[in-house]
Design a binder for this molecule. Structure first.
Ligand code: NAD
Ligand code: MG
Length: 390
């Protein structure tokens, strides 16, 4: 039996992961499941799957979690330290599906005990790609991509020589507002931004899809994951979300990964890797689909893509600052403090203020430095939003 843990088990990726685990009875031994405020869901899944331990990120919910697990034999724990401790428990495979920079420390802990890390938490790569890769290497651990685009690239690269790769193209649906007139965007509400045309995902990534901050994070993730030079990473809008990414080779060939917009494909690929096994995802009927369309992204509509280029050029800790500023700006948008189009403005201003102060040296990157850059950027983002409201 393979020992597995799921960090962020109560979220969209976490629940899809547990769906696949539950479909393979007797194959997996569940070590740790972690979640946030939804302790009822967490406890129910931990009981059902016979987990060793369930952890909520919130210390004030420890008693609720204990009560929900009473008599089950599942251990209960709470707080950031407990998350890291749970991730450090010996396991063969750990899903990293916490949302935001909060996923970094538990993911590093999982790599530290040698587990294969299935990485949905793209923020880990954006904030600290060199640190994640170095930690994996030091402990003989592997990182497998779960973001659909990166899983697609990973699959297109099987058996290929990286030296023959000319470019990587990741696709973007364009999000909720791809066809809105630009002048309407300033007044878009969180509820409107949280409706994705093709994918069913958590609230934060869905809004990041509408602003394309998600794609901006993914471009940086592509650079870090595959060591691709930024100028060889392209983004194309593909409203149907059927091709997830393409790899272009020196001979002009493009290898595309095509599949239904169902995250259980990328999760299942990482779960079964290096094998391929049957997965409960829809099979595409290409004749019924009829056509797939593509267009270039409009940088006026999606300034986040331009910011991603600046961040890759700056390197080092600027990714941590970028992600943190983006998380704060998203909180500000959700709280009604800034408008939809204000998010990119806040992030850009934070980068202007902090990047020069951060310094950058990938080799010297450690968790403390990444967290310090994250805190500095959050602090500046607060100031920028307060100044703008005044
Ligand atoms: P979600 O909001 O649905 O779930 C997030 C999970 O993290 C929940 O279990 C929540 O309790 C937990 N969590 C939230 N804040 C936390 C904190 N501060 N500390 C500890 N735990 C915390 O998110 P999601 O859509 O499942 O996304 C998870 C990750 O996967 C994100 O990094 C996202 O970018 C990435 N991802 C998601 C999808 C998707 O289809 N949903 C696709 C590609 C990548
Ligand atoms: Mg993606």
């Amino acid at each position: 039996m393979r020992r597995i843990s799921v960090l962020g088990a109560t979220g969209s990726i976490g629940q899809n992961t547990l769906d696949l685990v539950a479909r393979a009875p007797g194959e997996f031994d569940v070590v740790a499941l972690t979640g946030g405020r939804n302790v009822a869901r967490l406890a129910e899944d931990a009981r059902r799957l016979g987990a060793e331990i369930a952890v909520t990120a919130h210390e004030d919910l420890l008693e609720d979690l204990r009560a929900a697990l009473a008599g089950s034999g599942v251990e209960a724990a709470a707080g950031q330290g407990a998350l890291v401790e749970a991730a450090s428990r010996p396991a063969d495979w750990v899903m990293s599906a916490i949302v935001g920079a909060a996923g970094l420390a538990p993911g590093l802990a999982a790599l530290g005990q040698g587990a294969t890390l299935a990485l949905a938490n793209k923020e880990s790569m954006v904030c600290a790609g060199p640190l994640v890769m170095a930690t994996a290497q030091r402990h003989g651990a592997r990182v497998l991509p779960v973001d659909s685009e990166h899983s697609a690239v990973f699959q297109a690269l099987v058996g290929e020589d990286m030296a023959a790769v000319e470019r990587v193209i990741i696709t973007a649906s364009g999000g909720a507002f791809r066809d809105w007139p630009l002048e309407r965007l300033a007044h878009a509400t969180p509820a409107e931004a949280a409706t994705h045309p093709n994918w069913d995902m958590g609230q934060r990534i869905t809004i990041d899809s509408a602003s394309m901050f998600n794609k901006a994070l993914e471009v940086i993730e592509t650079k870090e994951f595959f060591g691709m030079p930024p100028e060889r990473i392209e983004v194309v809008i593909h409203p149907e979300s059927l091709i997830h990414a393409l790899v272009g080779f020196a001979d002009g060939a493009l290898m595309a990964h095509v599949g239904p917009p169902d995250m259980r494909h990328a999760i299942g690929y990482a779960l079964n890797w290096p094998e391929r096994r049957a997965l409960p995802v829809a099979r595409l009927d290409l004749a019924a689909i009829g056509q797939m369309t593509f267009r270039a992204p409009d940088l006026a509509r999606y300034p986040a893509l331009r910011l991603a280029r600046d961040v890759m050029a700056a390197g080092g800790l600027s990714g941590a600052a970028f992600n943190a500023a983006k998380e704060c700006a998203l909180d500000g948008f959700l709280a009604g403090r800034i408008g939809f189009t204000g998010m990119a403005g806040v992030v850009e201003e934070v980068l202007d203020r902090v990047c020069a102060r951060l310094g950058h040296n990938d080799a010297a990157m450690d968790l403390d430095k990444v967290l310090a850059a994250d805190h500095l950027a959050r602090h500046e983002a607060e100031r920028v939003m307060t100044e703008r409201a005044a």
